[in-house]
Write a new protein. Sequence first.
Lengths: 235, 469
Amino acid sequence: MRVVTLKINGQEMSGRDDEDILHVAREHGIDIPTLCQLDGVSEWGGCRLCLVEIEGSPKLSAACVTKVSEGMVVNTNTERLAGYRKSIVEMLFTEGNHVCSVCVSNNNCELQDMSHELKIDHISLPYRYPLKEVDASHDLFIFDANRCILCTRCIRVCDEVEGAHTWDIAGRGIKSQLISDLHQPWGDSPSCTSCGKCVEACPTGALFEKGKAAGEMVKDARFLVYLEEMKEEKS
Amino acid sequence: MGKIITIDPVTRIEGHSKITIHLDDNGEVEEALFHVTQLRGFEKFAEGRPFHEMPSLMARICGICPVSHLVASSKACDMLMSVRIPPTAEKLRRIINLAQIAQSHALSFFYLSSPDLLLGMDSDPAKRSIVGVARENPQLARSGIQLRALGQEIIELLGGKKIHPGWVVPGGVSHALSAEHRDHILSKLPDAISIAQSTITWFSQQIEKFSEEISVFANFPGLFMSLIGSKGELETYDGRLRLADDQGQILEDIKAEDYKSIVAEEINPHSYLKSPYYKAQGYPAGMYRVGPLARLHLANSCGTPKADQALSLFKSLDHRSAFHYHLARLIEILYAFEMIELLLRGDDILDTHIRAYAAANAHEGFGISEAPRGTLMHHYKIDDNGLIIYADLVIATGHNSLAMNKGITQAAKHYIKNDKLSDGILNRIEAVIRTFDPCLSCSTHAVGQMALDIQLIDASGAVIDRVAR
């Protein structure tokens, strides 16, 4: 490990060479939007909202999975990036069935917050209105595929923290879907410990507690950060 | 060859509709039909949703009376959970339902109908609006605004927002009432009660000017249906379901959730609005009316002193006429504010035990309550996991469908003597519909808009005259 110096949005800063751009930027007060990133679990690079421009590279890089290096010059908020981010979030809305007004996570939803942050006031793409199911077979929780953005936060927290690996993705591309165990009803899952970490980690109303009415599901995944800190103290 | 007169769109009502008046070969009115031209479809897209989401989802049916749907839906969900909700929660639900009734009635009477009642049925259509009312009688317009505003404010203080509050939930309500909000509402009620009283006094002095309208505005014998309290008093949240004739003879008095044993629905090709009827008398003879007129016809008292005084005036009138929906609405506004005051002064109204928690414990649930326009019925079935597999809504406006058709036919027969139309005649036919205060967005599960078009159609089906807005 060594310390490198770099420039993000014209601001000089330094970071460890095993850190990614996202964390170094945030340590220095520069926020980069994310949806699939969650402190306390591994990085995935799937939502593509944290794309940044790196001088000298023709392609955009996901800040959450790109390590900083000596002399790197990064731009996180150009007009081009803003346009891509808007398109990404618009596509998330059109790909599922997100009806905020009647959703359990209304006003407590990271997707909704992101659309506000990016000033998305309408969707320019046609909606797909896919026919998706609600799995309410679990005693305590419900999975509503209509609201799932495939961020895989539930998969990572279940696998890396709880150690159960109940969740996974089946299918590819537009047919990708979240499944429990071998694509069986969640309530029949032999691996699920009913710990509820996936529910707290989920950024939208896709995973929620049974019995919650519209707007009542408030999530808090900060326990992951505390776990992380406790692990560091121990080591 | 006969003709058809079309009024399209019908104005100053909630939703989109038209009226057609069918004339025979001699130019006499044969029948008039009220067409609701929008379709909503909420029953269908509720399928597959977790039942705890139903109240908020159903509230989205209507921006005027979301609270009515919240209440009926939550009651149906209570039954799915098989819980008895905490007493304070029931009282709080009663208060928000009464506030909804008051604000909706104020909208109907002052904003939509008072232009006809104050300025006259034949007045200049350009001025026949709430703006015209404000010019002619500013106090009347102010009264309407104040009463509606207080109803809305109570909804906001209890539910967090005026339109589509999510506060009424399966098992009770989500937040307790604060002492501060209670005191604020209590401080405003005396004014509202006195405004409602003075409007009743003013309107009762106008009634005789409308004797012709009273005689032909859906004035016929028939049946009335509403919820009723255990002592035969006015009831808007719970109680038994009663059906009686215009003479007061009780034909049915049943548990509200058994309504399907006495009510069936017929579908008409001319409208998206279904036509419920009393099964024992068949279709269409089993026509009945719901709403303020029916509630006050069936109730032997309101249970609050000032409203009871006004009720005796109502009972002395020929209230078979739909014209008296107007007075009934004013009396219910008075009742609502008086009753809210009584409930707010109860010892346990600030209790924080306001919600029962349970999973799905029954496969079928009914929620029946009185909405501003009449008896509202929600009926759900769920699977073992609590997902909705069936939803059936009988909306207050729908109950009145047959009576509205018969009412406009009666008025059209009286006023249209040849195939010539005047604005005053058309306005009277619309005004018959307005007495019922239909809410079409609620009642059809719709896609579209409301306004009025009257067509005169001959026996061959050709349109020979038309007045549209």
